[in-house]
Design a protein around this ligand. Structure first.
Ligand code: HEM
Length: 406
């Protein structure tokens, strides 16, 4: 159903794993297997002005880099895009690219908004949204599952979390789509930059309005809290609000779209889900492993060190590939098979260690709501046209999935 050119291990030396086209258009399953077996700490060479970087493909090595946030830091950037560009201006301010005690303090603060108890109303609202969007799609008979259903779910939840007023939501959605841009072939870098700046300004404005009010949303939490005895400044507040959109919108969207595509490609698993033979929680974990929406994370080595016997120098860029770790045959039995009843299933889709995804509980609840909505409301679904991939070296999945629903 999704045919991608298979890349053979012999081609590896001529490839650049930072190239978005490679991930969008090619099937790298055999190449990743080869890297895990024969070159687990692989050097992706520099291209022109762009530096080279280490590529880790084995589950054990990926987990050990995630765990060791002293030897492998995030402040130089945590994805190839910023690491290769020489850094991220939000370092030390935005949670995901902050290290050490400040990261711990900021995380503790944000965790308050992400506890299962705090998320009860948000999850209830997610379920209502999923049912509403699925019913609308069923009434119409056909839809683009990515744009018409999935797009409304995570961003709605994040807007709920941040307390974005209903009247502003369409505006925030439009800005987010332009800022991330990867779905639009004709979008320019300048469009994306303008949209990003507008989102930051929007949150700065909202934060100013919330400073003295008794709201209970994340913005209010950030504006009224201190880290190390010092209140967060406007920059830190708006960057951390924006980071929830960056971290939680497209990733969760791609996992839902990928889950539907996986069910279309595995009718036996779709029937098992429909008949109630597949436990919902296990099915969610398998969909997370299967779709792996964040292909990689990146770190910078702080000291001369070794990974699996390979010397690595201080300052080197080290990338860990969740997509490969989640198919590691040393950890997963028949990793290239979709099994909704897979257990154990300790995938690394949400990373591991100190930067483990803050939104994991929410993302799981969103995917569970989609699977349960499909199970209850949809008798049959078929592909109604070609699906289109996202062009990115970080995000993995489909930007378009035309469906006929019954
Ligand atoms: C961190 C993946 C959903 C917010 C991460 C990381 C990964 C990840 C791999 C670690 C990054 C690193 O180590 O450098 C995903 C996936 C999701 C998802 C695949 C959906 C399926 C969400 C949601 C939110 C969120 C829904 C919030 C609304 C965050 C934040 C961090 C993070 C704030 C930084 C945590 C820290 O540095 O302590 N996510 N995420 N994510 N995620 Fe998610």
């Amino acid at each position: 159903m999704t045919t991608r050119r298979k890349v053979s291990p012999e081609e590896l030396d001529g490839l650049d794993l930072a190239d978005p086209k490679l991930h969008a258009e090619c099937d790298l399953t055999d190449a990743w297997r080869h890297l895990r077996q024969h070159r687990p700490v692989y050097w992706n060479p520099e291209t022109g002005e762009t530096p080279g970087f280490w590529v880790l493909s084995r589950y054990a090595d990926v987990a050990s880099v995630y765990r060791d946030s002293a030897r492998f830091i995030s402040e130089g950037g945590n994805v190839l895009e910023t690491l290769l560009a020489g850094g991220d201006s939000a370092a030390g301010k935005m949670l995901a690219i902050t290290d050490g005690p400040r990261h711990g303090d900021l995380r503790k603060l944000l965790m308050r908004a992400f506890s299962p108890r705090a998320l009860v109303p948000i999850v209830a609202s997610v379920r209502r949204t999923v049912n509403r969007l699925l019913r609308q799609a069923l009434e119409q008979g056909t839809c683009d599952f990515a744009a018409d259903v999935a797009a409304g779910i995570p961003l709605g939840a994040i807007c709920d979390l941040l307390g974005v007023p209903d009247s502003d939501r369409a505006h925030v959605l439009a800005l987010t789509s332009s800022a991330l841009g990867s779905e639009h072939a004709d979008a320019t870098a300048a469009d994306a930059w303008t949209a990003k700046s507008e989102i930051l300004l929007y949150f700065a404005d909202l934060a100013r309005q919330r400073r003295d009010t008794g709201h209970s949303d994340v913005i209010s939490l950030l504006t009224t809290s201190e880290v190390d005895g010092v209140p967060l400044d406007d920059d830190e507040i708006m960057l951390n609000c924006y980071s929830l959109i960056l971290g939680g919108d497209e990733t969760a969207r791609l996992s839902m779209v990928g889950a539907v595509l996986a069910l279309l490609e595995h009718p036996d698993q779709w029937q098992a889900l429909k008949r109630g033979e597949a436990d919902l929680d296990r099915a969610v974990e398998e969909m997370l492993r299967w779709t792996t929406p964040a292909l990689h994370s990146g770190r910078t080595a702080t000291t001369d060190t070794e990974i699996a016997g390979q010397p690595v120098r201080a300052g080197d860029i080290v990338t860990v590939w969740n997509i490969s770790a989640n198919r590691d045959e040393q950890v997963f039995c028949d990793p290239t098979e979709l099994r909704l009843d897979r257990t154990p299933n300790k995938h690394l889709t949400f990373a591991y260690g100190p930067h483990f995804c803050l939104g994991a509980y929410l993302a799981r609840a969103e995917i569970a709501a989609v699977l349960s909505g499909l199970r209850e409301l949809v008798a049959d679904m078929t592909l109604a046209g070609p699906s289109r991939p996202i062009y990115s070296n970080f995000l993995n999945g489909m930007s378009t999935l035309p469906l006929t629903l019954r």
